[in-house]
Write a protein that binds this ligand. Structure first.
Ligand SMILES: [Zn+2]
Length: 202
């Protein structure tokens, strides 16, 4: 068995886990399920062991969908995917996209909305149902030119999360709009006052 020395990640793990804010277990659960779907039980076991070694144990089987967990734990999981499983930026995005598809909670919430436009315009409410920190808003919805601008404020964890969020958002929007795409156009980790995502469709 290959052993990984992850002590170099301890400081970053502590920093992420100390940032105030909680999330519903459903989101975290879907991320771990997507890691398992992608790389099998071996990949999942690596992540679970690393979380335990870092002092923040979490097991897919034990996560309760409606319980609250630190928001930083998602960032930590994504970071471990990069460092231990060799995920590229694209892999992080795709894993989060798959996670949103596996989220029963997400499917349920999305079914209560009527149209893509309503989903986009209700992102703030939807965000707040899952996460206690940060403010996601629909800054612009341009029906004619088929684009929307989303802004995420007061939310700074780790750059890897931006990729993960973009993938997760896209998965959610795909429930109600087949040809939708997403791109982060401004980033709080790159000097902008918030993260900005441009959503386009056909
Ligand atoms: Zn960002």
């Amino acid at each position: 068995m290959i052993m990984f020395d992850i002590s170099y990640l301890q400081e970053e793990a502590d920093r992420l886990m100390k940032i105030p804010g909680v999330q519903k277990g459903a989101v975290l659960k879907s991320h771990l399920a997507a890691i398992k779907e992608r790389g099998g039980t071996e990949s999942l076991a690596k992540i679970e062991k690393a979380l335990s070694d870092l002092g923040y144990p979490l097991k897919l089987q034990e996560i309760k969908s409606m319980r609250e967990y630190p928001e930083g734990q998602t960032a930590l999981v994504s970071l471990l995917c990069q460092k231990l499983l060799g995920y590229t930026d694209e892999d992080i995005f795709n894993q989060a996209f798959a996670a949103s598809k596996l989220s029963f909670f997400g499917q349920l919430v999305m079914r209560t909305f009527l149209s893509f436009e309503q989903v986009i315009k209700n992102v703030s409410r939807y965000w707040r149902k899952h996460v206690s920190v940060g403010e996601l808003e629909c800054y612009e919805f341009n029906k004619k030119e088929k684009f929307a601008i989303l802004r995420l404020k007061k939310y700074v964890f780790h750059p890897v999360v931006c990729l993960s969020l973009a993938g997760y958002f896209l998965g959610m929007f795909r429930y109600v709009q087949p040809n939708v795409k997403i791109k982060e156009t401004r980033c709080a980790h790159k000097g902008a006052p918030f993260h900005e995502f441009k959503v386009t469709w056909q």
